[in-house]
Write a protein that binds this ligand. Sequence first.
Ligand code: APR
Length: 244
Amino acid sequence: MDFPSELIFFLRKAERVSVLTGAGASQESGLRTFRDAQSGLWAQYRPEDLASPEAFARDPKLVWDWYAFRREAVKAVRPNPGHYALVEMEKKIPEFTLITQNVDGLHLLAGSRNVLELHGNILRVRCSECGTFTETWGSDLESVPRCETCNGLLRPDVVWFGESLPRAELESAVIASRKSQVFFSIGTSGVVQPAAALAHAAHNNGSVVVEINAEPTPLTPKVDFAFHGRSGEILPELVKAVWE
Ligand code: APR
């Protein structure tokens, strides 16, 4: 792919780059998205009916089991070349922030360091009452495991519908987007906030905005550069064009 020379020039000079990723960035790892994951046993449920505090209050075991199923799917996949290209980009840019809406932890597994997980991480588990994190728990065959500290029910450390995003991560994401010189929106439809807001915050503060997505999105008309295709192919090519 040919990249415009202005973009190559901006990236070579850039000291502050922020990247926002969404489900599309994990697609080439073979992870089904939230919605596509509803096959087999789970096809009868809508994600909205499983990923909410109300759903957990109504039937905690059902919600726990859905996340246990998805956690195993996440553990079975590996980062793809797009994740690794972002690890390389971070090495070249003095202030690099990777903001992700994905809960699969694949950026961290690939080796990215400055990662803000806006929607949490499905591999982490915490108490729904006291918030204590735990890495081990007893059998979950009969019922949802409980917290060793307060006996509250354990839950995945993800942001459910109707819950607020983690405040510190969100604030850092807004600051990083505002002060970026180049902002990337990668594999996200940009329809769920704050994705669109972060791209606009970057644009309004003079950042060059670049979209890499399989298809055009509502953000496309507003970006400086748009590349439509697979992020696992475009990102490695871009990193090579700029820094090799
Ligand atoms: N490379 C680049 N883009 C891709 C690829 C790929 N290989 N595969 C799919 N895409 C694009 C799709 O075309 C789509 O525009 O990624 C985008 C994914 O959009 P969504 O499925 O809406 O995911 P996302 O933007 O991350 O959604 C945000 O909404 O469902 C909730 O909490 C969930 O974090 C998620 C949030």
